[in-house]
Design a protein around this ligand. Structure first.
Ligand code: PA5
Length: 487
């Protein structure tokens, strides 16, 4: 059983639905809830309204992520994607081309994870080792701010200074892209200040800064104020777009611009997926179907862990992005009426085949509490064939002659079959190819799916009150520390 879209994107749910799995009767028992959830998505698309959703400061807040795939003038008024904002991103690419040698993108959580997805998939592990010509004149890219790790930050600084030392005569041009919706996040801003302070003191380095933050002029974020005072160019984290949904707005698209990926195709994939998710038939709507099956698996069969397992190294960060999406959206203590529910599946990162050699033992025989969600890429660019390099060694000869992607799929399918044979729920998303369009489809479908599941479980999928708890403790602790140091 699979739901396959015209584009070739498919959701194979054979091992999650049917006898001994989530049943038609289970879905039937949610018929009314599914209808209501679908209605709520319609309202969200039209007006941004989500029942009971409040912002951090307890005031009603609109939810606009579903507008992001559409590039319209009207969206421009809300700082969402518009012809002008997309043009600004293209202009940024041209500014960077042959003008900036190194970009450091600083951010954490929603201001990092989506950017890393785009970089990993469309630039890849060896981007920084390519020549400027091979990168089409675009800069090397490093990420920072996603931890307060002095060793790594120091290593990046030393590395950049070493590059500068090799740049005879000319100054090395470094662009620091500081991304923070709230504009004052400790992790991001501490790294930013360390880097800015050090790099601007280097005679052979020229530093530019770009700020990506909430554009609100009435209640300016600290980063916004800094950008205005210093005259730094800015991009927007629009109102109504939470960090974990921000890959489709300027937060993620800034990285898309840095590496020159096809922004329009990425949004087109998201847009086509949004259209598919307008279908009221659960079996024809990928986001609703995914949400319904996972919700039923959790509620009726105790499957409270979701293992996101792409069979592709460069999709590991997509799994990490999904962890935040699922955890922050659905891990909630209270429902929309304030009743304690402690809802939410725990997400886990895995990569095939790597984790078949570590986690699979637990998936196959451990607690019956998981859904393993595979992601498969059907057609690989540069698909290598395993050669018969040592024909006299039968065991090696026996694995030769097939493409690596074929061997990978045999491994994935075998894992799926083995899990299924032992009542282990699993499902698979297939991307026909790993390109901008299909990645846009996948990520948007996952975002829309948690929105559906928020409605089904009656929790606010768009707030994250739980992350405020440690922040309330951390602020005073930091002040105490500074005081004890006489600062
Ligand atoms: O999803 C979220 O809201 C968080 O993960 C934030 O993205 C993260 O805390 C970073 O916040 P900010 O962009 O305000 O620096």
């Amino acid at each position: 059983m699979a739901l396959t879209l015209k584009s070739g994107f498919s959701f194979d749910y054979d091992n999650l639905f049917g006898e001994g799995k989530v049943t038609q009767a289970d879905l039937d028992s949610y018929a009314e809830d599914l209808k209501k959830a679908h209605e709520a998505m319609k309202v969200m698309r039209e007006s941004g309204f989500i029942k009971a959703h409040l912002s951090k400061d307890g005031t009603p807040e609109k939810v606009y992520f579903s507008k992001l795939p559409y590039i319209t003038e009207e969206n421009g008024k809300l700082n969402l994607n518009s012809p002008a904002s997309i043009q600004k991103l293209h202009d940024f690419t041209e500014h960077l081309r042959n003008n900036i040698d190194v970009v450091v993108s600083l951010g954490i959580g929603g201001s990092f994870l989506g950017n890393k997805v785009l970089f990993d998939v469309f630039a890849g592990e060896f981007w920084n080792t390519l020549t400027p010509e091979q990168r089409n004149g675009l800069p090397k890219v490093y990420f920072s701010g996603q931890n307060i790790d002095s060793r790594r930050t120091g290593d990046i600084l030393n590395h950049i200074k070493a590059i500068a030392a090799r740049t005879e005569g000319n100054k090395l041009k470094v662009c620091l892209i500081c991304i923070s919706k709230s504009g004052g996040t400790l992790d991001t801003m501490s790294n930013f200040m360390v880097m800015y302070d050090d790099l601007t003191k280097q005679e052979n380095i020229e530093v530019e800064v770009v700020a990506v933050t909430d554009p609100n002029m009435e209640k300016k974020t600290l980063l916004k104020q800094l950008a205005i005072d210093k005259g730094w160019p800015q991009f927007a984290v629009p109102d109504g777009v939470g960090g974990r949904f921000s890959i489709f707005c300027e937060v993620g698209l800034v990285t898309a611009a840095v590496i020159g990926m096809d922004i329009e195709k990425f949004l087109e994939g998201a847009r086509d997926m949004d259209e598919a998710c307008k279908n009221e038939n659960v079996f024809e709507n990928p986001a609703m179907l995914n949400a319904a099956l996972k919700f039923a698996a959790y509620q009726k069969y105790g499957r409270n862990i979701e293992v996101m397992m792409p069979y592709c190294d460069y999709l590991k960060s997509t799994s990490e992005w999904y962890i935040q999406l699922l955890a922050e959206s659905l891990g909630k203590q209270f429902d929309k009426e304030g009743k304690e529910v402690c809802y939410g599946r725990t997400p886990l990162v895995a990569v095939g085949t790597t984790d078949m050699h570590s986690q699979t033992q637990q998936h196959q025989e451990g607690s019956l509490d998981k859904v393993v969600q595979f992601i498969k890429v059907a057609k690989w660019a540069n698909d290598l064939t395993i050669p018969n390099a040592f024909p006299e060694y039968k065991k090696l000869a026996d694995i030769s002659g097939v493409k690596m992607s074929e061997a990978l799929e045999v491994a994935r399918q075998s894992n799926a079959d083995a899990l299924q044979s032992n009542k282990r729920f699993n499902a698979c998303f297939t991307l026909p190819e790993l390109n901008e369009y299909h990645l846009g489809e996948l990520l948007y479908m996952l975002a829309m799916s948690v929105a559906y599941e928020g409605e089904l479980s009656n929790v606010d999928a768009f707030n994250q009150p739980g992350v405020e708890a440690y922040k309330r403790i951390m602020g005073p602790k930091l002040s105490e520390l500074r005081k004890s140091k006489g600062l």
